[in-house]
Design a protein around this ligand. Sequence first.
Ligand code: DGT
Ligand code: CA
Ligand code: CA
Length: 584
Amino acid sequence: MKNREIAELFYEAADILEYQQVEWKPRAYRKAAQMIENLGEDIEKIYGREGKEGLTEIPGVGESIADHIAEYLETGKVEKFEKLKGKAPSGTVELMEIRGLGAKRMKKLADALGIMTLSDLKNAINTHKIMELEDFGEKSEENLLKAVEQYEKSHDRMALGKALPLAEELISALKAECKRTTCKIDFSKIIYTGSLRRLKETIGDIDILAEAEKEEALKIMDAFVSLPDVEQVVLKGNTKSSVILREGTSIDLRVVPPESYGAALQYFTGSKEHNIELRNIALREGYKLSEYGLYSKESEKQVAGKSEEDIYGKLGLAYIPPELRENRGEIKAAAKNSLPKLVEAGDLRGDLHIHTNYSEGKESIETMIERADSLGYEYVGVTDHSRSQRIANGMEIEKLKAQWKEIDKLSKRFRIKILKGSEVEILRDGSLDYPDEILKELDIVVGAVHSGFSAPEKKMTDRITAALENRRLDILAHPSGRMLGKRKAYDVNFDKVFEAAAANKKVLEINSQPSRLDLNDELIFRAKDFGLKFCISTDSHSISDLASIRYGLGQARRGWLEKEDVVNTYPYPRLNEIFKKLKR
Ligand code: DGT
Ligand code: CA
Ligand code: CA
């Protein structure tokens, strides 16, 4: 559905126009954006059915706005807005979202101090240039600082799927640069820490830790700040440096000596809440814990620090995997030696949700299967969209049957077991989008909601639970419907959904798409209590997407799941038993 996209477009245009001090248009655009956002019906469908006329029936949408929408739906852009964007300094539009910094004030800052980016703004605040401006003053500067901090916290969080590859690239560039400049450094001990190592769904900043003797530290820092992607060096010292990359991400690098490496790794992996709890335990046991090591309170001698294992061990705790370190009961469990044995990448035997160009995937079924096969999987589920999902090129029955034929052919050529499946729309009344005689032929049926997101709680709950009662359904796809940074979960009673899933022995999907990660860690944890099973799937639309499974795996681990909880760790005969049973 393009509603959200189109609303964004108008919000952005409104910001730019306001910046240019255009009078009434920004308000009109915002009102239209709001209406489109809350429309509850696919705007593309309205346009398809009733043309531009239908668009003008949306409150707030007049002739010219309807023209823009139509142009966007036809061509993927609005010429006028493209030009507008070209004229406005790009950073400033983003900055207008900071509380207390609307377009007018932003323009003043840009005119008076040349502020164009977030780092310009932060510099101006830090050097107290803003309080000297007319209309601003000291109080205003203080408020702005708070607003900036808040903005960074809530807004600038990056998707795990973006941060993780970025950190990996950066670390390998740093290694290469260290090699070139012959720093003495243990390459196995350059590692990302912080929320990234905990595989949290969004990442504030990227924290990197390296181990080296003191004499080498500055050379490593030199290598770090000279990396080609670095735009600004915020801080450079011999234990800590901070930079901002060209695309805006902040990176901290710390270099510590070997005797503190484990302690620093533990400390900077966090979470803060986990660390605080751990430090309290240390105090109770007669120790002091810091990023330098674990020390005896009495003798002040270091008793651990080289490795994380030593630190947890000395505190009487089992080693706690980073994904669990959120102070959600993991420390108590570690003390009782009852931590879960988390599911691992090597446990996964297949991917049960992929798309091909039969519906909206980018690649042919053969290409997708080839890649899944090369990943060493035992099975893969081909689950293109069902017929009602028109925007995603959902398949009529004839086309689905043609796909079965191709799967039969491919099955002869490939080692991997190819499952005939479908991502079937759960329609508004809770029924599934293919007739029973089709559904019963499928090896797996993945049910999904893609419409009516703004339905009231009871309606959505009834819709999903009705689908869960359908014996043909095997897996509930992206159960909450949220899109990170874009759309909240539907208004739905999760306890009722989980109860219905458990009663009908359905499997819940953990969708690995970086923009979804759905179920999220907390809901996984809650659902596990209902005795539910999960499958970690990629919802791949291209071969490269198949690698996203690690993000879903991360959320599964953060939700305390073990191998047994995840059905795509089962060998095929056992998996088939589960899904076959559902169909009786
Ligand atoms: P983020 O960057 O917002 O996604 O979250 P983190 O967890 O990476 O937090 P960050 O970058 O502020 O700090 C990295 C780690 O350093 C954090 O996970 C735990 C540790 N840390 C930071 N501040 C404190 C603190 O005040 N107390 C304790 N005990 N640890 C802290
Ligand atoms: Ca961080
Ligand atoms: Ca940090």
